[in-house]
Design a protein around this ligand. Sequence first.
Ligand SMILES: Cc1ncc(COP(=O)(O)O)c(C=O)c1O
Length: 483
Amino acid sequence: MPDDAGDDRGGPGPRRAEFGVDLLLDLRGAPGRKALGDALRAAARDGRLHAGAVLPSTRTLASELGLARNTVAAAYEQLVAEGWLISRQGSGTRVADHPALGAGLPARGRDPDGSARLRFDFTPGTPDLSRFPRERWQRAARRALARAPHGALSYPDPRGLPGLREALAEYLARARGVRADAEHIVICSGFTQALHLLAGVLRSRDATRIAVEDHGLPRHRRVIAAAGLDTTAVPVDREGARVDLLAGEDAVLLTPAHQFPLGVALSSRRRLGVLRWARRTGALLIEDDYDGEFRYDRQPVAALQADAPDLVAYAGTASKSLAPGLGLAWLVCPPGLLSDVVRAKEVSDGHTGVFEQLTLEEFLRCGDYDQHVRRARLAYRRRRNDLLAMLTDRSLPAVPRGIGAGLHVLIDLPARSAEAETTVVRAATRHDIALTGLSHYRTPPDPDASVAALVIGYTRPPGHGYRAALDALGGFLTTALAR
Ligand SMILES: Cc1ncc(COP(=O)(O)O)c(C=O)c1O
């Protein structure tokens, strides 16, 4: 029987071979030497097999693919001859560094939008990722995994692991004044998901409109729109959102502790006002407590939820306190919303990954979370002070706002037009400086707005390069604002 005849166990279609990592090989057609050669070549060309990857022995692959061993050996030989594979006595067969390897992949080393990274990055939104407590997190992960019973790795309650929810209930009560029990907490993969779940539940209850602050994260408005809800924009002034203007909305999304990105806290008058409005109309308050841990000059502002747990859906996130890549957030649901939110979470993604949950629980319980936040707070306050000192030292006509908390400051520019703001942001890129204009966050967009401001995130430049980044920013603003 010719080797190539192969035996077509499992019928036509892709088959899976164990390569140390799994690789799906498409052996459709006549499975044999040629089909296997084509499939391996295609896997190398489109990047699924990388240079240096070790292929299984001819015996293993033959058995896994249901082919004769000689067929696999002949396919390997052919690819060695073509320069796709290297075969060495004693070290098996590997993928060679062929010039066409990975030719089907998009170019690497660029940002998703295709732009090259700028050297001095003052984009707001992420914490200082070099401060991520890798060692402690790793140790917590190891301890948590060693201690977790097998059952912890099964399908958890869609709300998340009870231990983490209990640890969070304690932490949130202590640090943010939140009134929560573990039963009402739902672990999410980010604030984004928490908002997505809430918006979906509201929509399913015939809600049509959510009020948002007229400056905020564009992604949040997209999440609300994706759920089929309209947004109305509420202006923000020195006392926070003008909640006195709310009328007829089914819910309002607020950042009461530290308005993003304008930086003000919701005044006590407005806090009372919005609670009264919600009680009167039955609307839901969605509290986005994204950076409540980072207040510098006075006591943190307690969560709004503390005053009315039945009216407020409170959400916090590890995206600022630890890292966005973790994908961990917590939603404290009012009782009337809980079962619908849990159902929505279940059909959305089943549950959030248990390894991160186990680790965060351990991280909270052993005190590492508090310690990390305290240290990060000190480091960010230092960075903020250095930034403010730079503005003062250079006597720049740029007035900082929202400096009391968070990971960014707002700098008002003297030329009061959106156009002037865009000009400054564009000019900065030519000096290798990434800046973000306030108009990026404004809703609805208003090209005729008579405001120009920069939202300066001060956590991205690496610690050793922060001084140089501030010098570059100061030098740039000195000339840009003198024009
Ligand atoms: C206003 C605001 N809320 C929430 C978040 C956090 O969202 P997530 O938890 O999905 O990362 C951010 C992050 O940039 C934010 O700026």
